[in-house]
Write a protein that binds this ligand. Structure first.
Ligand code: GCW
Length: 680
């Protein structure tokens, strides 16, 4: 059955005879230099691949020369066959870098997969298999690669009872109840999938944390996962609940400067490292949305983070401290809060702390300008947090390829610390002096057979991994690659699916929140439209964000409004304070403008809003008509899965358009443009 379980590691029979020939030769004589758990993982992968590609088992050679075709090992293991220059070239790629290509030795050619470490040899192997799958393998071209970001991490928001916060693909894959005794084979497939993308870290538990995960019996369960993931180069992190000293240490305080609190954490951390010597560290959400934190004791984020960092440092562990903060006390535009709290702390965090910042300042909206903290601090390690799970983007019902959205953010110019800086250059550390770099993605994985609920959710997991490896990769290229690995080589399939994917994010922005509108989703579930939503805290309502009235619409964040725009570099804040010079995709994010404001197209703002909503619906329909052209080319199981969901997506796009426009019309009191389908 084509249920999507195998993800992009579905090794289909090789069709092209020449490639078939080459690959059977290589797989007929494999020699491993050295023995270690990562090499065992490679072996397992080659076995799966060989069965899939050639329908037969691979053959290993006993000796490295005679019958051997394929050499696998680390640079050191193969050093005698590499010239000095060649060795230096591979070494320069760093611990996680690899080289693959042909080596001639005594007149015979061997194809070699060489990493600087066992794990990077595994990366070389996955890349080699991928090139076969996508029909691009060429024995005579060498390939080198290395990751540009150190920590490439998934954040699971998985609770210990297996529910998943903002998870739409079933329950948590971590079966805490049956661990440590029962080891679900799925854990290995999870590790394979991540390693194939170069993902090397995972935080297992929700940032809205439960202190229990730090109990000894839970750590024993975590150890099983850490042991399984180690050969795949994946380190395990846990979320630490700041009030754990009170909840499980019987202390009266969790004050980070209190000696007993400090020893509580030190003991916990020592206990964890006893079980998991390469434990990654803690991911912490503190003083945000009701989570406990250092503010309760009049301490700041740096004091809170450093206390944990000090407990972890002797073991080489790190603290990832989230900048997604908004407190109930501060009555400021939420957009400003992270900068208000973190800019003054620049330089105060320990070296083993990374501050993890969401891509935008509000909350994973369909489109946000980049977060103004990127570029604003000089002596703080900043990491990126993207959301792979589609909380505000149609969840697991809608097809929305996020690669293009992430690419857009990574390429945005921050103008700081260097005039040429972009978000990518800040987070990969090339324009800053930060010694730790991180890209995290909130996972969209669950127990659904296809892992991600919507088949195309897999593309977002894939794209995230690829961008974390190299934030300069093009989202279009990544989509092509994913399509080949998922649906095969046929060019008609390629072109159509790529068109669907590349149009999908803009479509969702258009039918949900065009022109810089944001947070118009229904309250708390964040699914369908709810621009009319009132009640609760001001910034939990949509009215707070769109501010529509009889005069106009939009959130004034210039100096006449909240002033949040001033948190960006001058090049941005000066220019964008003029609506005429603000990119129209962010217009209503920063400005409150009259309904008759004239847009670049010559239309009024009101007309343009209507046209965007309508365009979103039309694109959703085109996505389905494109998909339907593939009916004969894609297996019926996947065809129908995607087709049905696109049907729902179209209905929901219409729902968004009609309800939003009818609602905004009660303020604008103007007719809809003639050219659009009239909402009713
Ligand atoms: O996006 C919001 C979500 C919360 C989430 C929070 C966060 C984990 O609605 O469910 O809580 O952000 O990122 O901390």
């Amino acid at each position: 059955a084509n249920d999507g379980y195998k993800l992009w590691l579905d090794y289909q029979p090789i069709e092209r005879s020449e490639l078939h020939q080459t690959v059977s030769e290589l797989f007929s004589g494999i020699f491993f230099f050295g023995k270690n758990p990562s090499h065992e993982a490679i072996k397992k992968e080659l076995e799966l691949a060989s069965q899939g590609f050639l329908k037969q088992a691979p053959k290993y050679s006993a000796d490295r020369f005679q019958t051997t075709q394929l050499w696998i090992g680390t640079r050191q293991e193969l050093s005698q066959f590499l010239g000095l220059e060649h060795q230096a070239k591979i070494k320069a790629l760093g611990e996680e870098g690899y080289w693959r290509g042909s080596i001639i030795h005594e007149g015979k050619s061997y194809y070699a997969l060489i990493g600087n470490s066992p794990v990077s040899t595994l990366y070389a192997s996955f890349d080699f298999l991928k090139s076969i799958q996508s029909n691009t393998f060429d024995k005579d071209t060498e390939k080198t690669d290395y990751p540009k970001i150190k920590l490439r991490m998934l954040n699971h928001w998985d609770n210990l009872d297996r529910t998943v916060e903002r998870g739409y693909a079933g329950f948590s894959i971590w079966d805490w109840h049956r661990l440590p005794g029962y080891v679900d084979p799925r854990y290995i497939d999870y590790a394979r999938a991540n390693a194939s993308l170069g993902i090397n870290a995972v935080s297992l538990t929700n940032v809205n944390a439960n202190a229990w995960i730090l109990r000894e019996d839970f750590v024993e369960k975590v150890k099983v996962l850490a042991d399984l993931f180690r050969p795949y180069g994946i380190k395990v992190f846990l979320t630490a609940r700041f009030s754990a000293p009170i909840e499980m240490g019987n202390l009266e305080t969790a004050d980070p400067l209190d000696e007993q609190v400090r020893s509580f954490w030190k003991e916990r951390v020592d206990m964890i490292y006893e079980a998991i010597p390469d434990f990654g560290g803690f991911l912490v959400k503190a003083n945000s949305e009701g989570q406990p934190g250092p503010h309760e004791y009049n301490r700041d984020h740096a004091e809170g983070a450093n206390m944990l960092a000090d407990a972890l440092a002797p073991h080489g562990g790190i603290v990832i401290w989230r900048a997604f903060v908004y407190s109930h006390e501060i009555d400021e535009d939420r957009h400003k809060q992270a900068n208000l709290e973190f800019e003054p702390l620049d330089g105060k965090f320990r070296d083993n702390v990374i501050v993890q910042v969401k891509n935008g300042a509000i909350d994973f909206q369909p489109r946000e300008p980049f977060h103004p903290l990127f570029g604003a601090v000089k002596e703080t390690n900043l990491g990126m947090e993207f959301q792979i799970t589609q909380e505000y983007l149609g969840q697991a019902t809608q097809l929305v390829y996020l690669g293009t959205m992430w690419e857009e953010i990574l390429m945005d110019k921050t103008y700081r610390p260097k005039p040429s800086s972009t978000v990518a250059r800040v987070i990969d550390g090339s324009d800053t002096e930060q010694n730790l770099t991180l890209m995290a993605g909130v996972s969209n994985i669950g127990t659904d057979r296809n892992w991600t609920g919507h088949l195309f959710g897999q593309a977002n997991w894939y794209a995230f991994g690829q961008l974390a490896w190299d934030p300069d990769r093009s989202a279009a290229e990544i989509s092509e690659e994913w399509i080949k690995l998922t649906f095969g080589q046929k060019p008609e399939i390629q072109a159509k699916i790529k068109e669907i994917m590349l149009a999908s994010h803009e479509a969702a922005v258009n039918y949900m929140t065009p022109l810089g509108l944001h947070h118009l989703m229904g309250r708390s579930h964040h699914y369908g439209p709810g621009p009319w939503v009132e009640g609760g805290r001001a910034d939990w309502t949509s009215l707070y964000y769109h501010r529509a009235d009889s005069l106009g619409i939009g959130f004034d964040r210039t100096e006449t409004g909240s002033g949040a725009l001033n948190q960006y570099a001058n090049e941005i804040s000066k220019t964008w304070s003029d609506p005429k010079k603000t990119p129209e995709k962010f217009l209503l994010w920063f400005h409150h403008l009259p309904w008759d404001y004239q847009m670049q197209s010559g239309n009024t703002l009101w007309e343009e809003i209507g046209l965007h909503y309508d365009k979103g619906v039309k694109t959703a329909r085109e996505m389905r008509s494109n998909w339907r052209e593939l009916e004969k080319l894609v297996d019926s199981e996947r065809f129908s899965h995607v087709d049905q969901l696109l049907g729902v997506q179209i209905e929901e796009a219409e729902w968004w358009r009609n309800s939003s426009l009818l609602y905004f019309q009660t303020f604008a009191k103007r007719p809809f443009p003639d050219s659009i389908e009239q909402p009713e």
